[in-house]
Structure formats: structure tokens, C-alpha cells
Design a protein around this ligand. Structure first.
Ligand code: BEZ
Length: 216
């Protein structure tokens, strides 16, 4: 996908939101942020997604992570839409700001475009406290995202960051499950980093590259 991607700094755009206007870097400062885009207000899939985000908001808050939505309509439209979002998903409160982008000027700058449709997508960037993109999803407008996966991927990023990227998380990993040790870490270093020990999988190749540690 063309435009900003993993490792790039999100442009410091001035945005209008349902809370107040701010520059993106001021919002991102000192915490992780999940920035997610939507094709438009009063549309069915978006209504379910924003509702789910509202329901999961406490999970992000517990992790010290901010949410920031974007939809391709204006502020008044967003404000009129929020009661529908909350009504459709019981227990949901849209406590996070939603950026207005009625002229679709912001989404190309944030690389939140569907290149097939040449229009808005369901993009999601997880942005680090350094304002750089750490993970991106790009879904077409016909496919709603899975908020459990957003949270799971975020937990993986936070876990890897906590261990200075000396660990990685394996397939379908969930918090409290063992992690794997990065191939860049020698056994000697791993012994120091994981005094509780680690297990090396016995594989036909006899190469000891798959090492598992319990860090919970
Ligand atoms: C929706 O949110 O339901 C939607 C938006 C744009 C295209 C298709 C579906």
C-alpha cells in the first residue's frame, strides 16, 4: 500500500474532532494510540465497529492506550450518529474522539485509502509514543474488523516493546501464554534475560531456533 507504513512517522496534521481540535502528535504524545478509519457515518458496518470500540474502550484505557476514530463526514453528522452507535451496541459509550474528514482530504495523508476502490477503507494504525506506525490493518469497506484481534495485536506490540523486541509472540498468542525468543538473541544472552529459563524445541533440523519462555 503506498504512503506511510510501518516505521513511518504519522504526519502532524491539525484535525477537527468530536472532542476538540488538535495536532495529531499532541494526541499521540507519551502513549500508544489506535487510530481507525471508517468510510462514512450512518452506515451499518461502521455503526457496529464504532460501537464495539466503545464497548472495548475500558480495555484500551487499562493498558494506557488512546483511541482515535476517523469517519468521512463532518462533526455535526458524527455527533448525530453517536446515539445510534451506542443504541445498537448495548454497553457501548463512544468516549473517544472521532476525526471529521468530509472532503476525504485526511485519509490519503494517513494512508487509509482502499487502492481498489480509490476511496475510504477500514484502515487501522497502532501508533507508538514516538508517533511512528507500529502495525497497520487495511480492510475493504465490506469487511468489519475483529476488535479482539486489534486488542490481541496491541498486547503483542506492548509485550515486545516491554522486552525491547528481544521476544516475539507466536501464532494466536494471547497474554499470559509463553513467548518466543528472537533469533537475534544468543543462548548466552537468553540465559541472562530469562533467568527463569527457556525451552528449546527439538526439531528435525536440530537447529535450536525455536525457544519458548514464560514471561508472565
Ligand atoms: C458500512 O459501514 O456498512 C459500509 C460502508 C461503506 C461501504 C459498505 C459498507
Amino acid at each position: 500500500m503506498p504512503g506511510i507504513t510501518l516505521g513511518d512517522t504519522v504526519p502532524n496534521l491539525e484535525v477537527e474532532t468530536t472532542h476538540k481540535n488538535f495536532k495529531l502528535h499532541d494526541y499521540f504524545a507519551d502513549s500508544w494510540t489506535v487510530l481507525f478509519s471508517h468510510p462514512g457515518d450512518f452506515t451499518p458496518v461502521c455503526t457496529t465497529e464504532l460501537g464495539a470500540m466503545g464497548k472495548y474502550a475500558h480495555e484500551f484505557e487499562q493498558r494506557g492506550v488512546k483511541l482515535l476514530g476517523l469517519s468521512c463526514d463532518d462533526i455535526q453528522s458524527h455527533k448525530d450518529w453517536i446515539p445510534d452507535i451506542e443504541a445498537f451496541t448495548p454497553g457501548s459509550k463512544v468516549t473517544y474522539p472521532i476525526i471529521a474528514d468530509p472532503n476525504k482530504e485526511i485519509i490519503p495523508q494517513l494512508n487509509m485509502i482502499d487502492p481498489i476502490e480509490n476511496g475510504p477503507s477500514r484502515a487501522l494504525h497502532i501508533v507508538g509514543p514516538d508517533c511512528k506506525i507500529k502495525l497497520s490493518f487495511l480492510y475493504p469497506s465490506t469487511t468489519g474488523r475483529n476488535m479482539d484481534e486489534v486488542l490481541r495485536a496491541l498486547d503483542s506490540l506492548l509485550m515486545a516493546a516491554k522486552h525491547k523486541n528481544k521476544i516475539a509472540t507466536p501464532v494466536n498468542w494471547k497474554p499470559d501464554e509463553p513467548v518466543v525468543i528472537s533469533p537475534a538473541v544468543s543462548d548466552e544472552e537468553a540465559n541472562k534475560l530469562f533467568p527463569q529459563g527457556f525451552k528449546t524445541a527439538k526439531l528435525p533440523s536440530k537447529k535450536g531456533y525455536l525457544r519458548v519462555a514464560d514471561v508472565s
